[in-house]
Design a protein around this ligand. Structure first.
Ligand code: C5P
Length: 399
């Protein structure tokens, strides 16, 4: 719920502006008040009248409006909110934000604010993929700006790909996560997720079937309890959840570096399916097919990130949770693994092909702690994540 929360909603000029109308409704349904600001271009897509009617508040759009300056100056306007939401976040607005431009009301508010900012980018796929936009995205992430979306999909311009604005309910979820006053508010936690990819040569790699669904759901559940989540993810098939700080990696070694850089954290959940091995030597040219000859691949072990963090000594997270994907003797193997890795809990699951768990929507887990094994009934990965997040909050003494 967003009871009594104040959102300053900046509507950029893009076709997705029509979704901002639904977003206003959804935010208000949850108890938030919404002060709308429209860029000049936004007015080409939705009318200030509809926006004001849905928000139940006047629309701000001009920087040099003396009446407003007398009522509420632009500096104050940018500070009274609990969160600034930019939806649609156009390429132009992102560029202005990254450069610190302040040549209209929206960009001035974004520069003058000291409250968190959530951007829901929306633009043509080529504009999103353009190096300039990706550069701006990286700058803004570095500045602490939060992002939700964009999603993949058909676009109004007839193209397909990333650039579609996140759906209003996803933006609401990200808003709730950012404003959460849940039991884990202010607590820093880390979640690793997804597979890793280990290059064989410049075109081939070794990976695994992890979709990242369970790790993503755990990160979302922890964020929903108010935690500051650092989400270190390999190339997963499901997108990262809103409201978390995403660090994207490919290899196990990159994941290890990202994890160590994220410390200290109070709890760390290692849900990633990290490749156990990588090629012993980096091959920089494509391996050629030679008639009759089989390739010889030589491997070395990857760093065991979970084991390393569990035994890191000073600065060890209070709670370290590992996963065990097993196909036989799940509980016994997982209990061994808990001791071998030195972690506090192991979430064990049976990933035999017949269970359909790897890449599926459900999970059947056994939680191994120092008190023994708890078998949880089969349930959705989101439910598993919700229960686990609660247990983590309890273990950290937060509830
Ligand atoms: O040894 P195994 O791969 O079965 O261990 C699984 C657990 O260890 C998972 O929590 C996984 O995220 C973590 N792990 C890791 N680094 C590795 C291998 C596994 O963090 N190199």
């Amino acid at each position: 719920m967003l009871e009594a929360r104040r959102i300053l909603l900046i509507i950029g000029g893009g076709i997705a502006a029509y979704k901002a109308l639904d977003l206003i409704r959804r935010l208000r349904e949850r108890g938030a008040s919404v002060t709308p600001v429209m860029t000049a271009a936004a007015g080409e897509f939705v009318t200030p009248l509809s926006v004001a009617a849905l928000a139940g508040e006047k629309v701000y759009s001009e920087l040099f409006d003396l009446t407003n300056e007398a009522e509420m100056g632009h500096i104050q306007l940018s500070r009274v909110a609990d969160l600034l939401v930019v939806a649609p976040g156009t390429a132009d607005l992102m560029a202005k934000m990254a450069q610190g431009l302040a040549n209209d009301l929206a960009s001035t508010l974004l520069l003058a604010t000291d409250t968190p900012v959530l951007v829901a980018p929306a633009m043509n796929v080529r504009m999103w993929q353009h190096p300039a936009t990706q550069r701006n995205l990286a700058v803004l992430r570095g500045d602490g700006v939060h992002f939700v979306g964009p999603n993949d999909g058909d676009m109004a311009c007839g193209e397909f790909g990333p650039g579609r604005m996140a759906e209003p309910l996803d933006i609401v979820a990200a808003t709730e996560a950012l404003l959460a006053v849940g039991p884990l508010a202010g607590r820093r936690v880390l979640v690793t997720s997804g597979p890793t990819q280990e290059p064989i040569d410049p075109v081939r790699y070794i990976a695994n079937r992890s979709s990242g669904a369970q790790g993503t759901a755990i990160a979302a559940a922890l964020a929903a309890l108010g935690a500051d989540v650092i989400f270190v993810t390999g190339p997963a098939t499901v997108p990262p959840p809103p409201g978390v700080s995403v660090v994207r990696v490919e290899t196990a070694r990159q994941m290890r570096d990202a994890v160590l850089a994220a410390l200290p954290v109070e709890a760390a959940v290692f849900a990633a399916a990290v490749a156990d091995w990588r090629m012993s030597q980096e091959v920089t040219s494509k391996m050629k097919k030679v008639a009759g000859a089989r390739p010889v691949l030589d491997f070395v072990e990857n760093p065991d990130i979970l084991a390393e963090v569990s035994r890191i000594g000073d600065g060890r997270p209070t709670l370290v949770v590992g996963f065990a994907a097993e196909t036989d003797d799940v509980a016994a193997n997982a209990a061994d693994k808990r001791l071998r890795k030195g972690c506090d809990w192991i979430v064990a699951n049976d990933v035999s092909a017949a269970t359909g768990i790897m890449g599926g929507a459900e999970n059947a887990v056994t939680l191994i702690t120092d008190a023994g094994a708890e078998v949880w009934p089969r349930m959705g990965k989101r439910e598993v994540a919700g229960l686990l997040a609660r247990r983590i909050a309890v273990a950290l003494g937060a509830v």
